[in-house]
Write a protein that binds this ligand. Sequence first.
Ligand code: ZN
Length: 124
Amino acid sequence: MHELSIAQAVVQIVSDHAAGRRVEKVELRVGHLRQVVPAALEFAFELLASGSLLDGAELVIEDVPARGCCRECGTETVMSAFPLQCSDCRGFDLELLAGEELLVEAIELAGDEEMTIEGAAYGC
Ligand SMILES: [Zn+2]
């Protein structure tokens, strides 16, 4: 179950940033291509968070659609299915822009303090 190892990494990152403060909310961006099962990830997170500073924290999982930039015509396409194909020229030579990310975007600490961990830059 790879959700367990993802949850482990998330708990580790959040604990590092929280630096001893209680965590109320964790916002996660997960690329669609990662094929993460949200329910499994939530379960693993709850399990690992139990008894720690993250105990009871809400996990918000944002599913990021896969997007690519066509190397032929420069069109940006949001992919809904495999194979990844340009919506304009129907080419298959696309550079992946999004869909593989897996990052803790922000955490909310006790006392309504919000902390942005990492931003994602997109662009064709
Ligand atoms: Zn194209």
